[in-house]
Design a binder for this molecule. Structure first.
Ligand code: HEC
Ligand code: HEC
Ligand code: HEC
Length: 410
């Protein structure tokens, strides 16, 4: 008996030492590295590909890589990363040869986007930079064509990259849970776009990643077979807005009561196009409208979602913001329409409105900018409010936008 206990104690000590040793290794070595492979991906740039690639990048890259101050893809702090993972900065992906990706080959960019392995250093790129393993070769060629184009968003800017500080938990998860993906061994075709369900599935699972945010738990996602993910499309993943304030995703399965099963197609198209839901309230950040999608594309996503298994999981409302009861009418409207979820409580979040008061000195112009943002930025994700905001509220909002600008001292 004594001998058994002695052996048990030795085994336990060895386990403790191994776990401790592994923890020390993770803490010292940081995010893991892999041997990057050389792949061959040819891109012939055409005006059509550049235009299509811009549309894709507006939906897939811009909200993370745009610095709200430079308004170019020079990288910025990720405001919506949960604190338990530490801090992270997206990178300069303009054409600058030293600080951006101007000296990366097309194949290197595609390799990173599909596998998550940095082609120059071999370092694993953590999940806060998404991977795009299902995007077709054609769509990938378009994204590359855009990144190489003379679009002002990607014009070379010598902005130095900032390094984030991942926590021990983040580093540890990059050893045990988050792994790079294999580079696809065969070409990835675009499905037949006239087959709505197939095309909608490609968009929702392959390109726009609706399923990752909208499934039940990030930790229980099946990256290879999305449909096998826990509570597929039933919502509940808790996201953060520009103030780090929680907001759970919603159920968008075919369930008639809790999902979108009872939504009319026109309602769904309107929500994705303008940002306004059937009940007249805006979808709140990080859900953004996608004016780049054609009606056919949106209706295909709708057709596909209606084929997903109905899961009767009720929606969770995000915790409300509290503002003083004697807040000004403008402040009330700012929170009522969830402006703060993008622009931050200070006016500078993932988007900046602190300089708007100076830029648009006439009230009528400032109000018009808030009312019809697409007139000024045709593919912006700021919502088009349609008739949901009253004239009085637009006036109040303009007053509050000027106030935030003055308070910022910029
Ligand atoms: C959810 C936010 C997010 C989205 C969306 C996103 N990125 Fe990133 N990206 C990041 C972060 C964060 C990093 C830095 C990762 C790290 O620290 O290793 C990064 C790194 C990169 C890098 C590596 C740059 C370098 O110098 O190391 C490239 C290239 C890149 N992203 C391109 C893209 C493209 C193209 C898209 C759209 C198709 C995109 N990203 C979408 C957050 C994002
Ligand atoms: C970055 C994460 C993220 C991605 C990607 C995403 N969503 Fe969302 N979505 C959310 C969040 C968070 C909400 C909840 C917003 C709210 O409560 O106002 C939401 C809400 C919605 C709603 C409103 C549902 C309701 O009942 O209120 C619809 C519809 C929707 N998303 C569809 C989509 C589709 C379609 C896609 C892919 C094209 C998509 N989402 C991609 C995070 C995301
Ligand atoms: C979903 C995110 C989002 C929401 C919600 C949002 N905005 Fe914006 N807003 C933006 C973005 C992004 C821009 C910058 C335009 C661009 O480049 O797309 C912008 C630009 C602006 C500008 C012009 C800034 C300038 O310097 O030109 C004003 C003013 C503004 N928003 C006010 C508001 C108000 C008021 C609300 C609420 C009623 C609001 N926004 C809600 C994302 C948002």
């Amino acid at each position: 008996m004594k001998r058994v206990l002695k052996w048990a104690a030795i085994v336990l000590l060895v386990i403790i030492a191994a776990v401790g040793g592994f923890a020390a290794y993770v803490a010292i070595r940081g995010i893991p590295s892999y041997e990057p492979h050389v792949v061959e991906f040819k891109v012939v740039s055409t005006p059509e590909r550049i235009a299509h690639g811009r549309n894709l990048a507006m939906m897939l890259c811009v909200h993370c890589h745009t610095d709200p101050i430079t308004r170019q893809l020079t990288g910025t702090k990720l405001l919506d990363l949960p604190a338990e993972f530490g801090t992270a900065y997206s990178k300069n992906i303009t054409q600058d040869r030293e600080h951006g990706i101007g000296n990366w080959s097309n194949s290197e960019i595609v390799y990173l986007l599909r596998t998550g392995i940095h082609p120059k250093t071999g370092k694993f790129v953590p999940p806060w930079m998404p991977k795009f393993p299902r995007v077709s070769d054609e769509d990938m060629a378009s994204i590359i064509s855009f990144l190489r184009s003379d679009d002002p968003l990607v014009a070379a800017q010598p902005v130095v990259n900032k390094e984030g500080e991942p926590t021990f938990l983040a580093k540890m998860l990059c050893y045990i849970a988050f792994k790079p993906l294999d580079y696809p061994s065969a070409p990835i075709p675009v499905p037949d776009t006239t087959d709505k369900v197939a095309y909608g599935k490609y968009l929702a699972l392959g390109v726009l990643d609706c399923w990752t945010c909208h499934s039940g738990d990030f930790k229980k996602m099946d990256m290879v077979n999305p449909e096998k993910s826990f509570e597929f499309f039933a919502g509940g993943n808790v996201m953060l807005d520009a103030n780090g304030h929680e907001i759970p995703t919603t159920n968008i399965t075919s369930d008639k009561r809790h999902g979108i099963g009872a939504w009319k197609e026109a309602d769904f198209v309107r929500a994705l196009r303008t940002g306004i839901k059937p009940d007249g309230t805006p979808m709140r950040f990080p859900m953004v409208r996608m004016p780049q999608l054609s009606d056919h594309a949106i209706s295909s996503i709708y057709a596909y979602l209606l084929t997903t298994p109905a899961i009767p999981k009720p929606r969770q409302e995000p915790p409300p913001y509290t503002i003083p009861t004697n807040a000004s009418a403008g402040m009330k409207a700012y929170y009522k329409y969830s402006c703060q979820r993008c622009h931050g409580e200070s006016g500078l979040g993932i988007a900046d409105l602190q300089l708007a008061g100076k830029k648009y000195s006439a009230d009528s112009t400032l109000i018009d900018v808030i009312k019809h943002p697409s007139k000024y930025w045709p593919d912006t994700y700021m919502p088009e409010w349609e008739s949901t905001v009253s004239d009085q509220e637009y006036t109040d909002l303009a007053v509050y936008v000027r106030e935030l600008g003055k308070k910022s001292g910029r």
